[in-house]
Design a protein around this ligand. Structure first.
Ligand SMILES: [Zn+2]
Length: 245
């Protein structure tokens, strides 16, 4: 299966990557479900909602600060490095990701479409236009406030009940329509509406290479090459094979 995938990758003129949580988890990114802390009595849904942010901004920000601190210690695994290498070699390889941890960008990849936003930046909740990079040092006092208007800041991730960012999602669908190959990595393709992107690629005649330890929701057919395993192991092997063919 890997050699077939390597062949497809080598022949592809418009490959696109679509990644999900499994990609991050392999690098040790945690979800903090049930962890001790100020947030322990809150559900992830409350912590990821606009109403939660408005009613308990300190608690919600404590949670994001912890995620950010942990995220800062995360080293992207070999699969990310393989993708960065591939992107440079191919000249074009847009990366559509459901992950908010910024690991694709941290690995040196460009043209990354974060369809659920990023936890590494924040902006003014009252939309005055203020926007800032986030790091643990900038979150000494919680909740962080907008220096321009005094409103609280919000993490730039798509919160529960919010629509996906229009421009990012519309370009993702455009890429799905135009690509000849989509690599679907570390996702079971279950979270909608994001999951619609690989389905759109298939409907438009692209071949899909899925790299995931477990079976995904994608139909199993001749246009879907399934490689069961970890991205951190499969991607370097795949790139190596593509390189040396
Ligand atoms: Zn403001």
């Amino acid at each position: 299966m890997i050699s077939r995938a390597a062949e497809l990758l080598r022949e592809s003129r418009n490959p696109v990557v679509f990644s999900g949580a499994g990609m991050s988890r392999e690098s040790g990114m945690r979800t903090f479900r049930g962890e001790e802390g100020l947030w322990k009595e809150y559900s992830p849904e409350q912590l990821s909602s606009l109403s939660g942010l408005r009613s308990d901004p300190e608690v919600v920000w404590e949670w994001y600060k912890m995620r950010l601190i942990t995220g800062d210690g995360i080293v992207p695994h070999a699969g990310y490095k393989a993708l960065t290498f591939l992107q440079k070699k191919k000249g074009t390889l847009p990366v559509i990701t459901q992950n908010v941890d910024g690991l694709h960008k941290l690995s040196g990849q460009t043209d990354v479409l974060e369809i659920h936003g990023s936890m590494r930046t924040a902006s003014c909740l009252d939309r005055c236009g203020f926007f800032t990079e986030l790091n643990p040092e900038s979150l000494q006092d919680l909740p962080p406030l907008c220096p321009d208007c005094g409103a609280i800041l919000r993490p730039d991730i798509v919160l529960f009940g919010e629509p996906l960012p229009h421009q990012v999602i519309s370009r993702s669908y455009k890429l799905a329509e135009e690509c000849d190959l989509m690599m679907v990595i570390g996702t079971s393709v279950q979270v909608w509406p994001a999951a619609g992107v690989p389905f759109a690629a298939l409907e438009n005649g692209a071949t899909v290479i899925e790299i995931n330890p477990a079976r995904t929701e994608l139909p199993q057919g001749e246009n879907v090459i399934s490689i069961r395993g970890k991205a951190g192991e499969i991607l370097p092997a795949l790139v190596d094979m593509e390189e040396n063919k």
